[in-house]
Design a binder for this molecule. Structure first.
Ligand code: PEP
Ligand code: MN
Length: 346
């Protein structure tokens, strides 16, 4: 941490601040400038008590942290791209992974048709959502235990990986044998108890960004997973709460670029929940790949008009191959780009 002293601070002020820094187990190094004096404090900010309490001293102007709040997630800790593996599917480090599936499991026939269409198009990770956390208690909440039964049947019929949202700790156990990857939804992105419980389950995790989380909060949420022995984390940008209703959520592609610089974890994009409407999904998907995303998670339903939730934004699963064909040049370019040695950024 760096402590900036006020302009008129005396030698006695510098000495007393340095003494307090030592008491808090950092080593002070006094740097006297022509205008102002700063005290650089050497010590592990993540493990030692914060020095921000010294902001209350009359001689102190500011206390500035130097270390980031996330360590295991950062590129300083692990410089090359990590690969997360969900069954035999690799995510990150040059792989472009497309996950897809309906917003929710609605009936056996609906889920069967979606999984059939999507696997025929080459999708290898399916959205399988028996539980739906919804903003309104009157909206469809998922089929719950009936959805789990459908998921179990479909798993027996198709050899494909499944990602399922875990809306609360009591849903970990029922999904344990069925899901290959756990999703933490935007509404739970800062539910630290849930993050810790999910980490203990030992499955790969898809961590959505909170709808008003800063990039630092998003990456620090991932740190909760890794520090609790869950290194298999994929980050997902899905759009933020904004002032503008033109899109359902404001897809923050800048945050994807920032996250790719700060972390070694794969970062994917959910264009569906950002768009809110089907016709915006392809352009947002293209933009996500162009900015550096390692993949996409897209909603697709066999008959979107009849969908119980998020009907407007779901692509038709029977035409998912058309979506992928249109996206193919961007996927190829993205893969070629990822394999090129990356210039160092400053
Ligand atoms: C979802 O992916 O099913 C979902 C509810 O998304 P989000 O948490 O991003 O709103
Ligand atoms: Mn949805």
């Amino acid at each position: 941490m760096i402590i900036v002293l006020k302009r008129n601070s005396s030698d006695a002020d510098v000495a007393s601040v340095s003494e307090m820094v030592t008491t808090l187990r950092y080593q002070p190094r006094v740097i006297r400038g022509t205008e102002q004096t700063v005290v650089a404090c050497i010590g592990d900010e993540l493990n030692l008590q914060s020095l921000s309490i010294l902001e209350n001293l009359p001689a102190v102007e500011a206390v500035l942290p130097v270390q980031k709040k996330f360590k295991l997630v950062s590129r300083e800790y692990h410089s090359t791209d990590s690969v997360v593996q969900v069954r035999d599917v690799k995510i990150g480090n040059g792989n472009i992974t497309i996950m897809a599936g309906p917003c929710a499991i609605e009936t056996y026939e609906q889920f069967h048709a979606a999984v059939r269409d999507l696997t025929e198009s080459g999708v290898r990770i399916i959205r399988a959502m028996p539980f739906k956390p919804r903003t309104s208690p009157y909206d469809f909440q998922g089929l719950k235990s009936d959805g789990l039964d459908i998921m179990r049947r479909i798993r027996e019929e198709f050899d494909v990986a499944m990602v399922s949202e875990v809306p609360g700790p009591d849903k970990i156990e029922p999904l344990m044998d069925l899901a290959d990857m756990f999703q933490i939804g935007t509404r739970n992105a800062q539910n630290y108890d849930l993050l810790e419980q999910i980490a203990k389950a030992g499955k790969p995790v898809l961590l959505k960004r909170g709808l008003a989380s800063t990039v630092e909060e998003w990456l620090t949420a991932a740190e909760y997973l890794i520090v609790n022995n869950c290194p298999q984390v994929v980050l997902c940008e899905r759009g933020l709460r904004s002032f503008d209703p033109s899109t359902r959520n404001l897809l923050d592609l800048g945050a994807v670029a920032v996250a790719k610089q700060l972390t070694h974890l794969p970062v994917i994009v959910d264009p569906s929940h950002a768009a809110g409407t089907r016709r915006l999904v392809p352009p947002l998907a293209r933009a996500a790949l162009a900015v550096g995303a390692d993949g996409l998670i897209v909603e697709a339903h066999p008959d979107p008009l009849k969908a119980f939730s998020d009907a407007a934004q779901q692509l038709e699963s029977g035409r998912f191959n058309e979506f992928l064909d249109e996206l193919a040049p961007w996927i190829e370019l993205a893969m070629r780009e990822r394999q090129r040695p990356q210039p160092t950024t400053s």
